[in-house]
Write a protein that binds this ligand. Structure first.
Ligand SMILES: Cc1cc2nc3c(=O)[nH]c(=O)nc-3n(C[C@H](O)[C@H](O)[C@H](O)COP(=O)(O)OP(=O)(O)OC[C@H]3O[C@@H](n4cnc5c(N)ncnc54)[C@H](O)[C@@H]3O)c2cc1C
Length: 463
């Protein structure tokens, strides 16, 4: 999930918007032109991966007159957009929001695809429940906590620019944070979990201070909560495309006449290839490149990192939490664990609660069984609401262990650089281009960032 609508963290980013957008334009215009050769090739372009980046690239290449084949490791399209439907109502395992909707091309795509949205619960009423004190806050008390947390992040960011360090180190040094009592810090940490861990799929301890605000939102406005199946968008994009499923590509070799792509004992030949596999796959060297990628690209892969964001969804017989509150912050013994709960009864029409874990907490929890996760989350819910309810089912995602993703989305770690995203988004040569959420400086980590990156890759190849 990508939280903060403009009412929360995004205001911190607005001041640098114009500079960064100007930087994006410059990077795009300096990308080398690519000419597709390879008359003997089976297709003009092979696209590896049928997520938003791959589908967007393939669509534009086909529209540009190229023959295109997509090779996808899973048995379906969408990648990190995945909708679970066996509960009768759609439960999103990956992306849920269309972020910054004003000007976002996903809004029109959703309309064409018949994908609907509900009011964003994060813009609704929020209640903070501290299970330890125990105490409940709502209304202006919660708003004040966000304002305080935002101000602390802003002060930390003001110290950026020297030798890189973690965002956490900078936060810990902010006088207003240092002055907080242990009890006050605990509350602020719940908010930091929502503003930082959730947005970056990692805790502040690992995030680069100097790069934290890089990669500004390309669009404006609030977020939209998809409520009838996000996968409808990639399915719509895929309609007229040629896709081979269950093809786990392991080798990409370029030569003077084209590209050979290998998966197991099968090979495909093309004039060029667009590689949209997640950063986690490249970092784990699951694909061998021949010749090896230039040092600038291998260094760029090292300078980025893959975060983990997981959801646990508990289904109950009734929505005993009611309809008055749209999101709950529930602080247990660790305010960074199971920090936010979104009821699905209002936006989706099912008595279920989604809770989030990010970063090291997500990685630790995803090694537990469903039964263990259900017991842990249900105990927290019971304590928070003062009830003894037993959920009827659980869905728990494990994006860090997903073999075709190895993480949820990318972030820039301490010592990393936004330049790494720029490098990876620039064609390697006339035959090899990367596209995807990690390989763009503009709205990295999002669905629309991936979509726009795929379009940019197609444009580079068609140029
Ligand atoms: C839990 C979670 C919540 C999120 N919430 C939001 C949100 O609310 N809003 C938002 O905008 N973004 C959100 N995101 C991020 C968003 O989902 C991604 O940024 C975006 O979908 C990535 O698209 P992509 O095309 O770059 O990669 P992917 O969707 O991962 O597509 C890459 C494809 O490559 C395939 N592949 C991998 N390896 C191989 C191989 N070797 N051979 C062949 N194919 C291969 C994969 O199976 C996959 O289908 C969320 C992500 C997660 C995980």
């Amino acid at each position: 999930m990508r939280i903060p609508p403009l009412t929360r963290r995004s205001f911190l980013r607005l001041s640098t918007a114009s500079i960064l957008l100007a930087g994006c334009t410059a990077a795009a215009s300096t990308a080398p032109a690519v000419r597709i050769k390879g008359a003997s090739a089976a297709v003009d372009v092979l696209v590896i991966g049928a997520g938003m980046a791959g589908l967007a690239a393939a669509r534009d290449l086909v529209a540009g007159g190229k023959s295109v084949r997509i090779l996808e490791a899973r048995d379906s399209v969408g990648g990190r957009i995945r909708t679970h439907r066996s509960w009768g109502k759609p439960i999103e395992l990956g992306a849920q929001w269309i972020e910054t909707a004003t000007g976002n091309p996903l809004v029109a795509l959703a309309k064409s695809a018949g994908v609907t949205t509900a009011a964003d619960p994060e813009n609704g009423t929020e209640r903070y429940i501290d299970t330890q004190t125990p105490e409940q806050l709502s209304g202006t008390a919660v708003d004040n906590l966000y304002t305080q947390a935002d101000a602390i992040i802003a002060s930390a960011l003001d110290t950026a620019g020297g030798a890189d360090k973690s965002l956490r180190a900078a936060i810990n040094a902010v006088p207003a944070y240092k002055r907080l009592t242990t009890a006050q810090k605990r509350r602020i940490e719940s908010m930091l979990a929502q503003l930082i861990d959730d947005d970056d799929a990692v805790e502040a301890e690992l995030l680069s201070l100097n790069n934290y605000d890089e990669g500004i939102d390309a669009y404006r406005g609030g977020n939209l909560f998809v409520n009838n199946g996000y996968v409808g968008i990639p399915q719509f994009l895929a309609k007229t495309l040629t896709i081979e499923y269950n093809i786990n590509v392991t080798r990409i070799a370029t030569d003077s006449t084209g590209v050979t792509v290998t998966a197991g004992t099968k090979t495909w030949r093309a004039g060029a290839v667009v590689v949209t596999v997640p950063l986690g796959i490249l970092k784990a060297n699951r694909i061998t490149f021949s010749p090896a990628l230039p040092a600038a690209y291998t260094n760029a892969i090292k300078q980025l990192a893959m975060g983990v964001l997981n959801k646990c969804v508990l289904r109950y017989d009734t929505a005993f939490w009611g309809t008055a509150t749209d999101t709950f912050t529930i602080a247990g013994s660790d305010p960074h664990e199971f920090y936010q709960f979104i009821p699905l009864n209002k936006p989706v029409g099912i008595p279920a609660l989604v809770a989030f874990n990010a970063g090291s907490r997500a990685r630790a929890l995803e090694t537990k069984s469903d039964a263990q996760l259900q017991a842990q989350m249900a105990a927290l819910v019971n304590k928070a609401f003062g009830v003894t309810k037993t959920p009827s089912a659980i869905i728990a995602t494990r994006w860090g262990l997903d073999p075709h993703s190895l993480g949820a989305y990318s972030y820039i770690p301490v010592g990393g650089s936004i330049q790494a995203r720029r490098t990876l988004g620039t064609p390697v040569n006339a035959r090899l281009v990367f596209a995807g959420e990690a390989y763009t400086e503009r709205d990295a980590s999002t669905v629309h960032g991936a979509y726009n990156s795929g379009k940019a890759a197609a444009k580079a190849l068609l140029r």
